[in-house]
Each structure stands twice: as structure tokens, then as C-alpha cells.
Design a protein around this ligand. Structure first.
Ligand SMILES: Nc1nc2c(ncn2[C@@H]2O[C@H](COP(=O)(O)OP(=O)(O)OP(=O)(O)O)[C@@H](O)[C@H]2O)c(=O)[nH]1
Length: 367
């Protein structure tokens, strides 16, 4: 009998980090690596020579960084090559929580996103496209590279970086430009790429508490040092640009109403995560939900015996109206007569069609 590999139950989010030359991608990546909240981050870079790989690796993580030499990722690496790198990084031994691909400043990010969505690797889930924009250079870059509008249109999160060098006007201009592309991406202002890592990944939840019990690392020391230098502005400001909304319900959600809510979600609502009980719509499964920008996916998972049938959602965004969102979600609950309905009822099955559009079937290519 063949020894089967150990199960890898979680899908690892893969985030694409894009932006024009010098916009601050590497700075942002380094910031994420220093504020990784216990997560183990794997990085694929397709730059060559100009990045200090050593500076980007964090303690205990050397070996999880794969550098693609030889040019622009979307041109030089075909899908099978990318898959090989992803396969390496998703091995259980790597114990990664998130993978970030830093696209070359000249890459067409949509090509890379398409490759990820079409990937057969069952251990990854697309985690969104983050487009870094140099606020001070935005006007000039746009003149030289009109394709930036195309990049903004497909981004899930736009980081308006270098706001220290730009005036209010440039920032407002960029927001308008993003909206004009038809994009609903959240726009987050930043200096030196200091965005809240929780926008991209969850704090690690390690059952063995290994991260909590560990000794001070270089990362901690670095953070302490920086906090001292800056009077701790740094840490305090990280949490000011976005809001999060928690929603819990023991009444099942109505699939049609929830899909209406999700299909018309406001632009600033950048992330939704959690799981949903659709009651009679599917009595056997909880539906894990994962939304980044406009990307949405449901993954059905059988309820375990005795597990409380709850819907639990966390919504994260900037410029969102938390009370209004919570009310809208409350309005998505079923009238609530659990037990009276059965999954065999045709109307319930039909109501689930909207949800099932976002459940990936084997062999699907969402691109
Ligand atoms: N003033 C200012 N400078 C910044 C900020 N963020 C990054 N920089 C600087 O901008 C320069 C370019 O930053 P990088 O992070 O290397 O940019 P990149 O997008 O990775 O560049 P490429 O790899 O060439 O595409 C560096 O000198 C950074 O220190 C910021 O918010 N404000």
C-alpha cells in the first residue's frame, strides 16, 4: 500500500503584490514580514539582484523564499513553472500561512492572477491583488503608462503609498482615477508601505501556542527599537485606516438575500471571511466564505457532530458604515423556522444556485 501524504486541510492564500517600478512594493513586503502576527510567509520574488533576500526572510523562515531570476514573472514563468514553486511552498514541511508573489514592476498583474486562478494546486486560494501606487508620481506615471488604469481596475486593494510626499489633491485624484476604472477596490493611504497586515492575512492561530511561548526574536527587537524611535506612532496608526465588523447569527442565512448583499457589497469593503449556515439550503454543510475585493469563493465543509450551527462573519474595509452593514446582514437571515424545511425541497435547492456559482468545481478555470 502506498503511504499517502499527510493531509493539508487549509488552503494557503496567495497574494499578488504589484505596482510600478519604485512604487514601494519591496518596502511593503518588508513591512508585512516584520508585522506578520505569527504567520509564516512564503515569498516569491521575480526581481533579480536588487532585493536583499536576506533582509526579507524572517527568523526560522529561511528556505521559504523562492527567487525567480531571469525576468518578469508573467512573461518568463509559464504556469507550470509557477505551479512548481507553489507546490514547493505548500508542502506541509514549509508550514506556511500565506504566500506573497511580488510581481516585477513591469509585469501585467492580471496575467499572474489568471495563472493563479487557473492553478490546479488544491492547497492554494487566490488571496487578492494588491496594487501599490506612488502617490507622488501618480500623475506622471499615468501619462507614461496609461496601462496603470487597467491594473487599478483589476486590483482588489490599492495602496496609495508615499503619501508623505503627496498633497491631498494627488490622493483625491487617485481615488477618482480608481473609481473611474469601474473598480470597487478599497484605497488605503500609506507611508513606507505600513498597512495593517490583517488586511491581507489573519493573525496566526497556532493550537500549540508556539508563537506565544517563544523567546524574543529579532523581529520583536526590531519592533521595539522602531517603536522607541518613533514614539510608537507606527503601531498606533496601523489600525486607524480600516474598520472591521463582526456578525454572528444562530438563525440560518437566506442564500438569495445573502447573495444579493454580497453581489452589491460596497467598494470599501475589502475582505469578508468566516462561515455561513444556509439552514435548509444545505443541511449537511457549513460554507466557508472568502472574499477579497471582488473575488468571492465559498467552500462547503460538512458540519461536525455537535457543532453549533452558527454563521460567523468578519468584514473588513475602509470608509464602511459598520452599523448599516450589520443591519443589512441581519436582513439576510431566514425567517427562521429551522427543522420545518428539508434540503430536498426544490425551492431551497434553487435558492442555493447563486451560492454554488462561487463554489469551485474540479477543473474550473475562473479566469
Ligand atoms: N518618501 C517615501 N519613500 C518611500 C516610501 N515607500 C518607499 N519609499 C522609498 O521608495 C524607494 C523604492 O521603494 P521600493 O520598495 O524598493 O519600491 P519597489 O516597488 O519594490 O521598486 P522596484 O523593485 O524597482 O519595482 C525606496 O527608496 C524606498 O525607501 C514612502 O512612503 N515615502
Amino acid at each position: 500500500m502506498n503511504a499517502s501524504p499527510p493531509p493539508r486541510s487549509r488552503q494557503i492564500p496567495v497574494i499578488v503584490l504589484a505596482g510600478f517600478l519604485g512604487s514601494g512594493k519591496t518596502t511593503l513586503l518588508n513591512h508585512l514580514l516584520r508585522h506578520r502576527a505569527g504567520n509564516r510567509i512564503g515569498v516569491i520574488v521575480n526581481d533579480f539582484g536588487s532585493i536583499e533576500i536576506d533582509a526579507m526572510t524572517v527568523s526560522g523562515q529561511v528556505g521559504s523564499t523562492v527567487s525567480l531570476g531571469g525576468g518578469c514573472l508573467c512573461c518568463a514563468v509559464d504556469a507550470s513553472e509557477l505551479d512548481t514553486y507553489l507546490e514547493t511552498l505548500t508542502r506541509p514541511a514549509a508550514r506556511l500561512d500565506v504566500i506573497v508573489i511580488e510581481a516585477s514592476g513591469l509585469a501585467e498583474p492580471q496575467e499572474l492572477v489568471r495563472m493563479l486562478l487557473a492553478s490546479d494546486n488544491p492547497h492554494i486560494v487566490y488571496g487578492g491583488l494588491v496594487e501599490v501606487v506612488d502617490a507622488a508620481e501618480f500623475g506622471a506615471t499615468r501619462e507614461r503608462h496609461p496601462e496603470i488604469d487597467r491594473h487599478l481596475a483589476v486590483a482588489d486593494l490599492v495602496v496609495l503609498n508615499k503619501t508623505d510626499r503627496a498633497g491631498e489633491q494627488e490622493c483625491a485624484h487617485l481615488r477618482q482615477a480608481v473609481e473611474a476604472t469601474g473598480s470597487t477596490a478599497a484605497v488605503i493611504p500609506a507611508t513606507y508601505g505600513r498597512i495593517d497586515p490583517e488586511l491581507l492575512f489573519d493573525p496566526a492561530l497556532r493550537p500549540d501556542g508556539e508563537e506565544k511561548a517563544r523567546q524574543l526574536t529579532f523581529e520583536d527587537l526590531y519592533l521595539e527599537e522602531r517603536a522607541r524611535e518613533s514614539g510608537d506612532e507606527h503601531g498606533a496608526h496601523l489600525h486607524t485606516v480600516y474598520e472591521s465588523v463582526d456578525f454572528t447569527s444562530d438563525v440560518p442565512m437566506d442564500p438569495r438575500r445573502l447573495m444579493e448583499f454580497l453581489d452589491s457589497r460596497p467598494g470599501g469593503l475589502y475582505r469578508i471571511k468566516g462561515y455561513v449556515d444556509f439552514g435548509a439550503g444545505d443541511v449537511d454543510n457549513a460554507y466557508a466564505v472568502h472574499a477579497v475585493g471582488r473575488f468571492l469563493r465559498f467552500v462547503p465543509k460538512p458540519w461536525t457532530r455537535g457543532e453549533p450551527r452558527l454563521t460567523r462573519l468578519v468584514l473588513i474595509g475602509s470608509g464602511i458604515d459598520a452599523d448599516a452593514l450589520r443591519k443589512e446582514l441581519e436582513g439576510c437571515r431566514t425567517a427562521g423556522e429551522p427543522g420545518r424545511e428539508t434540503a430536498q425541497d426544490a425551492p431551497h435547492e434553487r435558492a442555493m444556485w447563486g451560492v454554488l456559482r462561487y463554489v469551485r468545481q474540479p477543473g474550473d478555470d475562473d479566469a
